[in-house]
Write a protein that binds this ligand. Sequence first.
Ligand code: RRO
Length: 294
Amino acid sequence: MATLDTRLGTLHLSNPLILASGVLDMTRSSLEGMKTAGAVVTKSIGVTERQGHPNPTVVELECGLLNAMGLPNPGIDAFLEEIQGLKNTQVLIGSIFGKNSQDFSCLAQKMQDHVSALELNMSCPHVQDYGAKVTPLIEEITHVVTSSVDIPVFVKLGMENIIPNATAAMKGNADGIVAINTVPAMAIDIETHLPILGNKTGGYSGPAIKPIGVRCIYELAHKFDVPLIGVGGITTAEDVIQYLMAGASAVQMGTVLYTRGVDVFTRICHRLEEWMDSHGYSGMGDLVGRALTK
Ligand code: RRO
């Protein structure tokens, strides 16, 4: 039978399916519930507590979810207390966000002893100051973090400006790129003529953004020789295969947890094995980058 284990540089995952940041990942018990994921990413954590944006913060649209949570989180000290003693067999990746390199550096120092890798969130599409970072800041922050920790550092980018931003992350010695974050979007209630979200604008996730994510990974894979983690719109094993063939060594899933539950990891793993067996693929090495033009 085909094997699903994969590598992200020095990190070894039993399968390529990772819980994306922002979904059922703020408490010890919810993180422990993701037993069959290859890895789990924490909610993005900042230096101090944040309540996030006013309600409504999430709305279901035709082909996915529109959110503007606004980085709600308990702050790094309370979060580390919350996850103390976490019993998880899978790899834990700590997501952090901040205003500047001082914030990221402080968070990386505190997080590094509790996780196997860091994900630097440089791409939240709807939080001023803390969200999407400009290209020079991406290089500076990545450099400050990679030169001060001994664990792999992945940089999470949005679809906008992805090649210059990934180039900046590479100059800062990132160990890999996570792409993409939610896509900037909004919805309007035509009866009240008001934006639906409390924050007015937000980020779109779910099946509609999958082709955007696949294209971003494909373009990144042609340009950079580092592990890539694909995110955006994955619902089925066939979606995962597209991301792998585009050049991702692993993928993250978030929105699908709302529609298919936590069992989705097990079900997609079984289907992946079946599909690989029936198509003559024995492991991830045969699949990753299969669609890339030489
Ligand atoms: O908390 C959020 O509103 C949020 C974050 Br940190 C992010 O990275 N992406 C997103 O769509 N929402």
